[in-house]
Design a protein around this ligand. Structure first.
Ligand code: PLP
Length: 351
């Protein structure tokens, strides 16, 4: 996006800072595919430690982290249990079925979070007719749940059901560190019940590219085979891993600012008659805005904002999403919110 815009479309829109770029340029590198890149190794060790796992794998994207984890855990005919709004269902081009041959049972629940009871109620009683229950997946934070944070109690309750039924557990931790900062719970604690977990470097952490998938040594060995097989093995990737190490050193605590700015943005837009937030309370850096009662089309509002240099996402006929990140400061979040309200009021008078 061009300079001067306020880009709330996603926290993927960050540009590497000058200090991050400097760290990248100075990275020691080698052939990552051959295990010869010291910076990639350092990043993997760092994330494995952060998540309390034996080993980790550097991948080009979070989507590849999810898909490779699913490929390791599942065989064709297996079933995954996930919230109906999960990224693996809505946003990965049907990857779990196309690649792993797995079906996904979509679970109900508010804010992208399902209960242990909902999981239990949907778990199939195995027979020759049913897909084989294999994997339980959660998203921390729940993206399309409005950035909601799973509590440890909610996770542990779901994990207990998974354990009863001998199911594996996978955490899509695209924004795990947002949850860590919001809840004051360590990444290690959140990740403890999971066989595999990953975090995205290219969201709120501000890196240009990358995700890191962690699990047991045996899990990562298998994941490496998939990485190789689908062409995800890299060469001098240490330049990219250096951005990740920089981000883990400098960009975690500041996620609290993004959360404050999201709350501020939400508080201003929610004052506008006919506009409501989903959920009403902004928990992290994602704000879902419902404009159904204002009688305004989400795409029209998005386009009008775009013309004023502000980007948000239209997520349905009457839903929009705004995501705060390190390239949007407090004043810009407020400016965007006021513009949002003004345009809603204009459109309302026209219709
Ligand atoms: C962004 C996102 C992903 C995918 O990550 P990419 O790095 O964009 O491939 C997966 N899950 C969730 C919840 C996300 O928000």
């Amino acid at each position: 996006m061009q300079e001067g815009r306020i880009n709330l479309y996603s926290d993927t829109q960050t540009r590497p800072s000058p200090a991050m770029l400097e760290a990248m340029v100075e990275a020691k590198v080698g052939d990552e595919q051959h295990g010869l890149d010291p910076t990639v190794d350092a990043l993997c060790e760092r994330v494995a430690e952060l998540l309390g796992k034996e080993a980790a794998l550097f991948l080009p994207s979070g989507t590849m982290c999810n898909e490779i984890a699913i490929l390791v855990h599942c065989r064709p005919g297996d079933e995954i249990y996930a919230h109906h709004s999960a990224h693996i269902i809505t946003s990965e081009a049907g990857g779990p079925s196309a690649l792993a041959g797995a079906t996904i049972c979509p679970l109900p629940g508010d804010r992208g979070i399902y209960s242990a009871d909902a999981l239990r109620a949907h778990l199939r009683l195995e027979s020759r007719y049913t897909p084989t229950p294999r994997l339980v997946e959660i998203e921390q934070t729940a993206n399309f749940g409005g950035g909601a944070v799973w509590t440890l109690a909610q996770i542990n309750a779901v994990a207990a059901v998974a354990q009863e039924r001998n199911l594996r557990m996978h955490m899509d931790g695209a924004r795990l560190l947002n949850a860590v900062v919001a809840a004051g719970v360590s990444a290690r604690e959140f990740a403890a019940p999971f066989d595999s977990a990953w975090l995205d470097l290219s969201k709120g952490l501000g890196c240009p590219i990358g995700g890191v998938l962690a699990g047991s040594r045996a899990f990562i060995d298998e994941a490496w085979r998939w990485k190789q097989r689908i062409g995800g093995a890299l060469r001098q990737a240490g330049f990219l891993a250096a951005a990740g190490l920089y981000a883990l050193d400098h960009n975690i605590a500041r996620l609290a600012d993004d959360h404050d700015n999201a709350r501020r943005f939400g508080a201003i837009v929610a004052q506008c008659p006919g506009v409501s937030l989903e959920p009403a309370q902004v928990e992290t850096n994602i704000v879902f805005i419902n404009v159904a009662q204002a009688g305004v089309a989400a795409t029209e509002l998005r386009d009008r904002l775009e013309a004023r240099g502000i980007n948000v996402g239209a997520m349905g006929p009457t839903r929009l999403r705004a995501v705060t990140h390190m390239d949007v400061n407090r004043a810009q979040a407020e400016e965007a919110a006021h513009a949002f309200v003004e345009i809603v009021n204009e459109l309302r008078t026209i219709h």
